[in-house]
Design a binder for this molecule. Structure first.
Ligand code: ZN
Length: 548
């Protein structure tokens, strides 16, 4: 039994005559009972036809009697269509026996109703509003196609969310049909809000969610999930439906990057809100014109939300950049820290790609020793999202045996929110370094010991020449908290430094043509240069350490 009221009758009549499918009729009658959409559409169509036929026969009767007789009518129809042997190959064939079987006094009305849905010989009638989506693209065949795509991706997931992208012109057709119904509503003073009309998207999901779930062995298809299965539906035949809006409402359609067409769903919806009914009706048929083909569904896209992995890395090599080093599109070094770490992680999580970030970065010729530098990776579209602690340990081992240039520790899965811990307050953290210093003037052990007593030395660092191409010119104040020296020979010593994060150590040593003040040259009253630099520790207490 369809949850329709007496006042819906003229609307049903009008929509069927306009070439709406049964499910679209339910939508425009604001039927929000999901089960009504899941029924076979030919059954719904039969019921709708019986429902309006009733109106014509029962004109002299009062509305109460009319509703009762509708109920009886529906029951008999239910009985008729529940016989599987009667299932005909097409909607057209379905209608004929029902009309023929009808009592003689109803025959004329039934014939009229059949004619009303514009079913002609040899022509399947594609719905003028949903363009066949709720007729042809909402069945088990489609559910199987979606399920196959999910299975092929071998994803690991508990639940999934089904999303559907519809052609933008559907909004135009929906609007046209709404205006068509509104005329009727005004005449009969039946008020219905456009917002109460059930969206095609909604009806599609109500029908498909259960079917997809069944094909995937009962997996819950929910409204929010980490795993999204997207169906894209297109209908090139009617793409031009939107075009008149570009001249009526030009400011809604601005070309944007990465978009194939200016006629995005958002832009079309915005334009439809702006355009007056009169103007719309002048440029677009009401009800919409009959299409000749049905919508088609494109490849199903599966997407799992990112997984975040964090840890700390050591770098033992003085010829390894942190990220791939490209100059004019050409690679300068064969590998990089992020690639050496990412390779095994990507294959374990079967991810499509990654974004790497770290707490600061070292130059290509700088080693990172001690406990290492915190890093985090966003894994894009991981097909696997859960690894046990033991598996993470094994993964860490795999990374560490794959190269002697780097080493990772504390490898763990973290949340996106936790990841921001690494970046926050980065400038306030301290870092410790060891630098091998060369002096132009010969030195003795006693010449450098005064450096050990310098505490909290504030530097003014003008953006170094070597990074000027990527950082804005500015003078930044940084603090060297403490230093210590270890004499090596008359031209060399080791300098240990504990500094505020973000201090440019190389520039402090050679002075960068006076751009860093004070600098080591000034302190020692001789030219000095830095031969080697190691990061000894990055004092960020994240990610938490994992006991060996
Ligand atoms: Zn439809």
């Amino acid at each position: 039994m369809l949850p329709l009221k007496e006042k819906d009758k003229p609307i049903v009549q009008k929509l069927l005559s306009a070439g709406c499918c049964a499910r679209c009729v339910l939508r425009f009658c604001c039927v929000s009972v999901q089960a009504a959409y899941r029924r076979p559409q030919h059954e719904t169509l039969k019921e709708l036809q019986a429902f309006i036929r009733d109106t014509e026969n029962d004109k002299p009767q009062d509305s109460e009697t009319a509703v009762e007789s509708t109920e009886e009518n529906n029951k008999s129809h239910d009985a008729a269509v529940s016989e599987p042997a009667e299932d005909p190959p097409s909607k057209r064939a379905k209608l004929e026996p029902s009309a023929a079987d009808a009592p003689s006094e109803e025959a004329a009305a039934a014939a009229a109703a059949a004619a009303a849905v514009k079913l002609k010989d040899g022509e399947s009638s594609v719905c003028v509003v949903c363009l066949g989506i709720l007729q042809e693209l909402c069945d088990t065949t489609q559910a199987v196609k979606i399920a196959e795509a999910v299975k092929a991706g071998k994803y690991e997931f508990d639940t999934l969310v089904l999303s559907v992208s519809l052609p933008a012109q559907l909004c135009v057709r929906e609007h046209s049909c709404w205006l068509h119904v509104k005329k009727e509503s005004r005449e009969k003073s039946v008020a219905a809000d456009k917002d109460d009309v059930i969206q095609v998207k909604e009806a599609f999901k109500w029908i498909m969610q259960g079917l997809v779930s069944k094909e995937l062995g009962g997996v819950a298809v929910v409204t929010r999930s980490l795993f999204e299965v997207a169906v894209e539906i297109t209908h090139p035949e009617t793409d031009a439906d939107c075009h008149f809006l570009a001249s009526t409402c030009p400011d809604c359609f601005k070309p944007t990057k990465n978009k194939q067409s200016v006629f995005t769903r958002m832009a079309v919806v915005k334009a439809l809100e702006k355009v007056s009914d009169a103007k719309f009706l002048k440029h677009y048929p009401c009800p919409p014109a009959q299409p000749t083909s049905c919508c088609s569904s494109q490849d199903v896209q599966c997407l799992h939300v990112s997984v975040f992995v964090a840890g700390r890395y050591n770098k033992f090599c003085r010829s390894l950049p942190q990220t791939p080093w490209l100059i004019d599109g050409e690679r300068r070094m064969e590998s990089s820290v992020e690639e050496l770490i990412a390779a095994s992680i990507l294959s374990s999580f079967r991810a499509d790609g990654f974004n790497f970030s770290s707490s600061g970065r070292e130059d290509v010729d700088v080693r990172t020793l001690g406990n290492g530098r915190p890093f985090a990776m966003e894994l894009l579209n991981p097909h696997r999202s859960r690894l046990s602690k033991v598996e993470m340990k094994q993964l860490q081992e795999t990374i560490n045996t794959s190269s002697d240039k780097i080493r990772v520790r504390d490898l763990q899965i973290v949340t996106k929110e936790a990841m921001s811990r690494m970046k926050e307050g980065e400038e306030e953290k301290t870092k410790s370094y060891t630098a091998l210093i060369w002096t132009q003037k010969p030195i003795e052990k006693d010449d450098i010991t005064f450096i050990d007593d310098i505490k909290d030395l504030t530097l003014d660092q003008k953006t170094p020449l070597r990074v000027l191409h990527r950082r804005a010119l500015a003078v930044r104040q940084r603090v060297i908290h403490s230093m210590n020296t270890r004499f090596l020979d008359s031209h060399h010593f080791y300098l240990g430094l504990k500094t505020q994060a973000g201090t440019y150590i190389k520039e402090f040593v050679h002075g960068d043509f006076g751009r860093t003040k004070p600098n080591l040259c000034q302190l020692l009253k001789t030219d000095t240069d830095i031969l080697e630099l190691d990061v000894e520790s990055v004092d960020v207490d994240w990610p938490p350490s994992i006991p060996e």
